[in-house]
Design a protein around this ligand. Structure first.
Ligand code: PAF
Length: 286
């Protein structure tokens, strides 16, 4: 069945209120549209765990560093609505920018520390924009549970920290990264890759996986672990590395010695397309 479509804050609040009155728990899947199987995994978890599933489709202007990147982020709402229908989403909240930001925003949520490295270092203001819009969505939708992919591990950590620090009454549910058969993490940006770039792109996961294998083999020196990934990435001259880092899983701070759960995370450019990915390792996971 096609989901309901709410374009205004008042309308989505009414839908959610009605669902609550009928005793249903509310699950929220925030997205920027251009939906793919990674989003389907989030919606699927929400569907299994909640009586009422809200997906949001909003390309958030304040989380883009460059206007050109924002304008490149085109979505096809009709196509995304069909996608949500196939995932049995109950209602889609798809406001326009004027609905979310009727006047220029003066209040921002800044999550320090956890935002400082990885993408935060290379995309100044990005996580401030993400945390601010997600906080707004949490207040608008008032969901019981909200679903975020581990592919954006730093985003997930930022949101978890925001929820803890601000005592927001929503449970954050991490959902594992969905990959293509060749290891490429699903992302809306993958559709911007040329066929040749698409062929090369799985090198990112191969490199991260090799680094993780080095930890499994007993290496605890993060520098040596990164070398395993660099050997593979450097063999692809068209891949431009933005960062490769080993960070502790909750604080997202770079570590030199691996003693607890870590993420090995990378951002690369293939032509004009930026791809990020990460893998998790915990000493008890091998
Ligand atoms: O991951 C995304 O798609 C966005 O950053 C989010 C969480 C929907 C906020 O705009």
């Amino acid at each position: 069945m096609a989901p309901e479509l709410a374009k205004t804050i008042a309308a989505i609040r009414e839908h959610v209120e009605r669902a609550r009155k009928s005793g249903r728990s509310v699950g929220l899947v925030p997205t920027m549209g251009a939906l793919h199987a990674g989003h389907a995994a989030l919606m699927d978890c929400a569907r299994r765990e909640c009586g009422y599933v809200v997906a949001t489709i909003f390309v958030n202007p304040i989380q883009f560093n460059h206007a050109s990147d924002y304008h490149a982020y085109t979505i096809d709402l009709a196509c995304d609505l069909d996608f949500c229908a196939a995932q049995s989403v109950d209602v889609v909240f798809a406001p326009d920018a004027a609905e979310m930001y009727p006047v220029p925003q003066s209040t921002f949520v800044e999550v320090t520390g956890v935002s400082d490295h990885l993408c935060g270092k290379f995309r100044p203001g990005h996580f401030r924009g993400v945390a601010t819009v997600v906080a707004k969505l949490f207040h608008i939708v008032a969901a019981d549970r909200a679903y975020f992919g581990e592919k954006d591990a730093q985003q997930l950590a930022v949101i978890q920290r925001m929820v803890a620090d601000l005592n927001l009454p929503v449970a954050i549910i991490p959902v594992p990264t969905v990959r293509e058969a060749d290891g490429l993490a699903l992302s809306s940006r993958n559709r911007r890759l040329s066929p040749e770039q698409r062929r090369i792109a799985p090198v990112v996961f191969r490199a991260l996986d090799a680094a993780r294998a080095r930890i499994r083999a007993g290496t605890t020196d993060a520098g040596k672990v990164k070398d395993a990934a660099l050997e593979i990435l450097n063999a692809e001259p068209t891949v431009r590395l933005e960062y490769l880092e080993v960070v502790d899983d909750s604080g997202m701070q770079p570590v030199e010695e691996i003693r607890g759960p870590v993420r090995i995370a990378a951002a690369v450019w293939l032509g004009a397309t930026r791809l990020i990915d990460n893998v998790f390792f915990t000493p008890s996971s091998h």
